[in-house]
Design a binder for this molecule. Structure first.
Ligand code: PMP
Length: 461
């Protein structure tokens, strides 16, 4: 600096500012992203060649496993934390702790962002999930509590445990619907109606979705309170930020990437956020004349509205809800000896209740496909061997349902042009090495693993 005559402090500071300025110019130019948050979303949409060629349809997978922490839950975690910060419920570097009950993906996304943003993270996880997920959480420095899998009405269910821990941490603030659901710990939609949902084609505004907090803040005390460590229950099942992440990001990306020329969207539901958020957006775009005019110069869409299909693993109650409008409450379920837990080796999707996030877009779901563990296992192996796609169990379920949906559409509408079906490729097989991709582990769980024969799945029904 001295050689350049830049040794005085003012000049030094000016240079530093200029260099910082240059950084932000690069960021603004779109060539550099700011931190790990900048890597979230905008995932590619890929043609799954083997399935597309064999069905004569276009089967496209949204490569969500390419998100930095490995799943679409990165989008959700970011939205939840940003919304909480915006509402003044969380302040970085104050020792505040994020609590969540999760089968893995959301925990990993939250723990990742907690590191980047300056929070602690505490995760409650069922002890039957693939152990590599727990290992990743541990490496990220999350506090981990493993619990036996139980029904959602049990206070020791992982979600209820996480909520209780957040409360015990103190000064916890719960946002809208979870606050209302406190004590019950779950939410049931009435059997008869679809009340409370958003109509297809309605404009959904962010202000409708973010429910105001039960804040105890008092004017003038903000600064003091900001410094206090707080507990925050992320609550992916009931927190509408989850729906919003997909409604405002994943859905629009799919619409843009296909030029609006998709015929169906297929996804499983764990919290229901992906399915509902994408469904509501895609219905809105494909139903509205405005959308038609905007995207199709020759008039409205040739194929009408996007068909939304739930991919449901065996043992999940949602298939019946979508197909027949009936889902049993846990009390009734107990009488009928239905299990609260979904009896499937598939991790991340399949539930026996209607969460807030699912409810928000359930009226946009047209159809459901049930997928057995055996079909999912064979599809998982097929994709590795034929496409080099090493994916987790929920992606395999989605792909089976996408093939069935594509073949059904082809039967109904013909193949000129070929039906275009979009599904979600949620996470990598690396998160499932010790369970879904371990033939012996699957055999012990009663699933006939090892085969990659999907010829029965490719049969038109
Ligand atoms: N796949 C995996 C691996 C998951 O962990 C989850 C979330 N539990 C899903 C799919 C389903 O996503 P959503 O919660 O949005 O329904």
């Amino acid at each position: 600096l001295r050689a350049y005559g830049l040794d005085d402090d003012d000049e030094d500071e000016r240079l530093r500012r200029e260099i910082r300025g240059r950084d932000s110019i690069q960021i603004r130019s779109g060539q550099v992203v700011r931190g790990i948050e900048g890597l979230i979303g905008n995932t590619p949409l890929m043609r799954i060649n083997s399935l597309s060629d064999l069905t004569g349809c276009e089967i496209l997978g949204k490569a969500e496993f390419l998100n930095p922490a490995g799943s679409p839950k990165d989008r959700v975690a970011l939205q939840i934390l940003n919304d909480a910060e915006e509402e003044g419920l969380l302040h970085p570097n104050t020792g505040s702790c994020i609590f969540e009950g999760t089968v893995g993906s959301t925990g990993i996304s939250l723990a990742t962002l907690a590191r980047a943003k300056g929070y602690r993270c505490s995760i409650v996880i069922p002890d039957d999930v693939a152990r590599e997920k727990v290992e990743v959480l541990r490496k990220l420095g999350a506090e981990i509590e493993s619990v036996r899998p139980r029904g959602i009405v049990d206070p020791r269910h992982f979600v209820n445990e996480a909520r209780a821990r957040a409360e015990a941490f103190g000064d916890v603030e719960l946002v809208g619907p979870h606050a209302d659901a406190l004590g019950a710990g779950y939410h049931f939609k009435s059997e008869s109606g679809d009340e409370g949902g958003q109509g297809v084609g309605d404009d959904i505004h962010r202000s409708d979705l973010v429910v105001s907090s039960k804040s105890t803040r008092i004017d003038g005390q903000d600064d003091e309170l900001e410094k206090r460590p707080r507990g925050f229950f992320a609550d992916q099942f009931e927190n509408p930020s989850n729906f919003w992440a997909h409604y405002s990001n994943t859905g629009p990306e799919i619409w843009r990437q296909t030029g609006g020329l998709l015929d169906a969207f297929v996804a499983g539901a764990g919290t229901g956020g992906t399915l509902s958020g994408c469904a509501a957006y895609l219905k809105r775009e494909s139903c509205s004349n405005e959308g038609g005019r905007r995207h199709f110069l020759n008039g409205p869409r040739a194929h009408g509205e996007v068909r939304v299909v739930l991919a449901d693993p065996q043992g999940s109650g949602l298939y019946n809800k979508v197909k027949f409008g009936v889902m049993y409450s846990p009390t009734e379920a107990e009488g009928k000896r239905r299990r609260h837990q979904v009896d499937s080796v598939v991790e991340g999707i399949g539930i026996n209740r209607i969460t807030k996030n699912l409810e928000m877009g359930l009226q946009c779901v047209d159809d459901a496909v049930r997928v057995s563990d055996d079909e999912a296992a064979r599809m998982g192996r097929w994709l590795v061997l034929n496409d080099g796609l090493f994916l987790g169990s929920s992606s395999a379920v989605n792909c089976v349902a996408a093939v069935r949906t594509a073949l059904r559409l082809k039967k109904e509408r013909g193949s000129d042009p070929p039906p275009v079906v979009v599904t979600i490729l949620c996470d990598s097989g690396a998160r499932h090495l010790s369970k879904f991709h371990d033939d012996d582990a699957l055999k012990r769980l009663g699933v006939d693993a090892g085969s990659s024969d999907i010829s029965d799945i490719l049969q038109e029904d």
